[in-house]
Design a protein. Sequence first.
Lengths: 839, 281
Amino acid sequence: MAEQTFTNLTNAGPVSVTVRDDKIIRVRPLAADPDDFKPWSIEADGKTYSPPKKFNISPFAFGERERIYSDNRIKYPMKRVDFDPNGERNPQNRGKSEFERISWDEALDIVSGELKRVSDTYGPSAISGMTSSHHNWGIVGYKMGPFWRFFNQLGFTPVFDNPDSWEGWHWGATHTYGFYWRLGMPEQYDLLEDSLKNAEMIVYWSNDPDSTRGIYTGQDSAIWRQWLKEKDVEMVFIDPFQNYTATAMEGKWIAPRIGTDTAMALAVAYVWLSEGTYDKDYIESRTVGFDNFKDYVLGSTDNKPKTPEWASQESGVPARTITALARQWAKKRTVLSAGARGGEGGACRQAFGTEWARLMVLLQAMQGLGKPGVSIWGTTMGAPFDASIWFPGYADPDGKMSTSRAADRQPKNPTPQRLYRPDVPDAILNPPYSWLGEGFCGQSLEQQFIPYTYPAEGCSEIKLWYRYGGSFMGTMNDTTKWVDMYQSPKLEFVINQDCWWQSETRMADIILPACTHMEREDLGEWGTGNGYTQHASNGCNFRVIVRQQKCIEPLWESKSDYDIFSALADRLGFGEDFTEGKTDKDWAKAFFDISDLPEHISWEEFDEKGYYIINVPDDYEPTPSLRWFAEDRNCDTPDLGNPKRTSNEANQLGTYSGKIEFTSESLSEHFPDDEERPVSPRYIDSWEGHKSPLADKYPLQLLSPHPRFTFHTHYDGHTPSLDDIPGHRLKIDGYAYWPARINPEDAAARGIKDGDIVKLYNDRAAGVLCAAVITGRVRPGIIHAYASSGVYDPLEPGEPNSIDRGGCVAMLTPTKLMSKNVPGMAPNSCLIEIERWEA
Amino acid sequence: MTKYSMIVDVDKCTGCYACFLACRDEFQGNDYLPHSVAQPTSTDSMAGQNWIRVEETERGTFPKVKVSYTPIMCQQCEDAPCIDAATDGAVYRREDGIVMIDPEKAAGQKAIADSCPYDLIFWNEEKAVAQKCTFCTHLLDKNEQPRCIEACPVAAIQIGDLDDPNSVVAKAAKEGEQLNPEFGINPLVSYAGLPKKFVTGEVIVKDGDAEECVAGVSVTLKSDDQERATVTNTFGDFEFDGLTADSNYTLVISHDGYAPIERTVKTESDVNLGVIELGIG
């Protein structure tokens, strides 16, 4: 039978999907017509840099076919065998008991019946639920789509997301340079061109862009770093792990102890202050509060000068190396590659990570942030980009079917109660629970200071938990607590809706099989959700909007999320309001119609051809990030979220003063006496670090960054070929273990050999079994094991304190928040011990 | 005539394994007769055929560590042992130089799978046939790129015509290295940047307790047949890479105003001389 080719889009790039006999046989990077590409070019030092006409998708996306046909798919609606909605519910057996297949009718009756019962009995606030990030792509079917439209209509208690990948920037850097509308990340416009033309050195500080890949932008930026390497731009990598960007780029590797980056940063400032090698004019005209900072660094206030020798004792990095780094940094036009997409390493996700993130901004301020070659640039965004054509992303209000103009009506959730993701189990198990801030605080700095308590006044505790996707065992902290929560009788009913059996699927009473983005109709832009990261697709060499064509019918008995929620809405009496009579393809067209795309291509042609490439115009004028600020001009970048951009304060940053604040005016006003996020950044000993008393018992520090070969937990556990990549999993006696990297010195002291099964443990977790990888790529005293294992595999299923052999090292990490008034999570402040495991 | 080969630049390879996964996507469960029969799928008991594999090599010791990734696909040997091991012409060379296994003729010939010293031919028990990388001839014949090359984000793998003197592979082949030349079978795939031994160290001066990195220090490395020179960088680091294993070298560090320092090193493994302090005579 003839083959057919469809277009689709993954969270890692656009693809062409070949189908034969109703079966996907190939998934390759989108094979666009070469005539549709008009590559941009950048001239620098007599050389022209231009990208090849291709889309570089992330490695795991090549496993899409395996993932879709995985035996691990949820094939049918399922019910836990000992769950009876009209009798014994046996919540204590969640995670333990088996499941039996039921019909869709029975499943939908039970789920809609429970939604109605709980809402009628306790009020809609008793219903809560949450999606996981990014397991599929598209606007119509994305997690922000049907789920929110359904629950806004029904009424529920939403869960605030925390900025789990870049906490310190969100809660810290915003009080230094604003950019709260980007959740603490700076704008990145045209920094590729600026760096090719002007950068002489790049300091990657806690940043592995070759692994984190600008979140969604695949491997398009890999060639940019290759160009910079070929240009002999000097590169320095600061990370306790010699990460993959460092191994690819070579350069200087500096490996501090976890929790001491801030001390090193202060010592860099000390060298500049004592040698006078900083931009005094810039400090004078573009910043405020410098003297307070200067006094602290020089030790005038605490008699403790923050010298390289002092920082060396904290970090374990030789003082001479810190001094050499500081001098070279001051001498050369230096890009600080920390923060911004892909810069989301461990240093901002640990105790007092706010202080490090603030210092990153302040160090660059001392060198003239925004001047040519002096930027904060993750190296994964900032290609030439036509921002004049608008297309909605999943995080834009207009990109969500619950709030978009593409819908006739936008249902509003009436419930004032909220939960906060890092501490959902603590809140549900032990209310009342209080915290500060609205999670993603993209509307104002003050949003970070709003106090919340669960249960909210007049609201119910949560009785029904609707989980969509299920990866928190591998991504949240101290995740044993999630098992405890699931087994609590407080949760009368738990649903899990997903495509695959994931870490939390088994914790449900009813399981609903959803289909993937290749089994439904949708559309989307590669590389961006917009919202609080406007124009993130400038991390791609070509901006491309893809019609996500349904390639095959939903496999087994799975259904699209849209169809599942339509069916539930129908049973609850608001089916017509939910769908507005639209199919998923009708919604796709409705989103297309509100975008700027119809000015460039008709729906019919787009639908047929499957994609539209938005090329950069010939007369493109670059507007490098923050150049306007350095030169005290009005903002000229297309940073749509910047509220001052169109005001008469358009030359200002989003801080209270409008300038870079060495002493934060927003913190001075709201928390003047906070010793843990002081008005000017300080080095504070970690509450779980190398000097903690707990280090006697658990002397090793666990570093658990974002993984290289999967996207969060996604693709892991149901893409078998990934298990054949030794950096991802290592097979021992046929079982694919998660690697834990250990320095030879620490391994020898414990009699651990390469390839041994080892147990990582502390007081929070009885043990996580991993495969030992003995390597000089980690400094002594550090264990490197990626977060985000997608496999939770307790040796005793359903036993919260069981040893896990799936590699969910998140079980070891603390739920303690970053500091007293900072609700960021801090997984990299984690002490453990490790030993050989003999079954 | 066309004579296809590939050039692999190990210095460019980032170890992303996109080539490996793209290859699996193309061949698992998919027949491309007469080019190839389907590779077992990942859930199959015979899973695990790596028609292209990526080898990780870690060299050196903390904190002077280097990691290389070497993608290895069918090497298209001029003296291919697989052709010799086959009967009935079951392994043959196409006119464009690509070595192919004829799935029909090769039926039952396990000797073919056992013949490759690079371990790049696999035995499919169920179909009783030997299988390997085809350079994606089924795509090449339609003027499309092999999947590994399409997948590579940094052009670390390139294909071209050795008989075309202007092709990238022909140029690279002149300076390129062979993988395991000791096999003596003349692989046509050529490599740049295959990991060798390296010698490194860090030069400092002391003033009391204070230490300082010294940039611009001359360092030479001599053996019987060669001499190489470098200078230390801003961190006082120097490095000589690309050295032959098990060779003896004399390393000399000299800097104005300080006494020269001489060390003998043997590249049994990579050598990190650690911190070397300059002194006055």
